[in-house]
Write a protein that binds this ligand. Structure first.
Ligand code: A4P
Ligand code: MG
Length: 175
């Protein structure tokens, strides 16, 4: 890899999870989807419907709107994460609330990066917990029904086994 290739790799397909439960969450997600399409060296391939779900973790916060996007990128995982965090910051994400799994204007999670298993201080990929999270599995199934999540198995099986209580697709007319 030459110096000019720093931060880049051959094209890899990745999935990104989007979540918001503050300041018009559906609009935050739509805006973030558009922003994903503007990341350098990256293409937005697919986007799921929007889903409303009850908060996982502390219950005393608004319901979430979630979605999943498929991207093709030649950015490294670290460079892509930096781009995702820049979008979160632009959309008013406050990381100083000090509350784990607390409310947020925008959360962008790197769910999967090709078939890479990553375990560093800054990145765990596949993102922890996605094998059980209906607000990730259902939108992902919409755009990649036959997908096998690296290290976790067939999406179809994970969807069958996951708890779907309190999640529903957002009617497009209500956006
Ligand atoms: N990080 C490590 N791996 C990753 C990755 N694969 N993608 C690090 C993105 N970031 C990753 O993230 C904290 C640090 O995680 C980052 O600095 C990055 O280096 P954060 O976004 O600041 O914190 P967080 O999101 O509050 O923490 P965490 O543990 O990632 O939470 P989750 O798992 O994202 O869960 N309920 C519903 N219904 N819908 C939701 O979307 N989301 C959460 C947050 C909780 N409950 C929810 C939802
Ligand atoms: Mg997160």
């Amino acid at each position: 890899m030459t110096v000019s290739d720093e931060g880049r790799t051959p094209v890899v397909s990745v999935y990104v999870g989007l979540g918001s439960n503050l300041e018009n969450p559906a609009r935050q997600i739509m805006r973030a989807l558009a922003a994903l399409g503007e990341i350098p060296d990256t293409r937005l391939l697919e986007q799921s419907s929007l889903y409303i779900s009850k908060p996982l973790g502390p219950r005393n916060q608004p319901d979430f709107v979630n979605a999943v996007a498929a991207l093709a990128t030649s950015l490294t995982p670290e460079a892509l994460l930096a781009s995702l965090q820049a979008i979160e910051t632009r959309q008013g994400r406050n990381r100083d609330s000090g509350r784990r799994w607390g409310p947020r204007t925008l959360d962008l999670d790197l769910l999967v990066y090709g078939d890479r298993m990553i375990e560093t201080p800054a990145l765990t990929v596949p993102h922890p917990g996605i094998g059980q999270r209906s607000f990730v599995l259902l939108p992902l199934q919409e755009i990649a029904p036959d997908y096998v999540i690296p290290g976790l198995g067939a999406l179809k099986t994970l969807v069958e086994e996951c708890d779907r209580t309190g999640i529903h697709k957002l009617d497009h007319d209500t956006l």
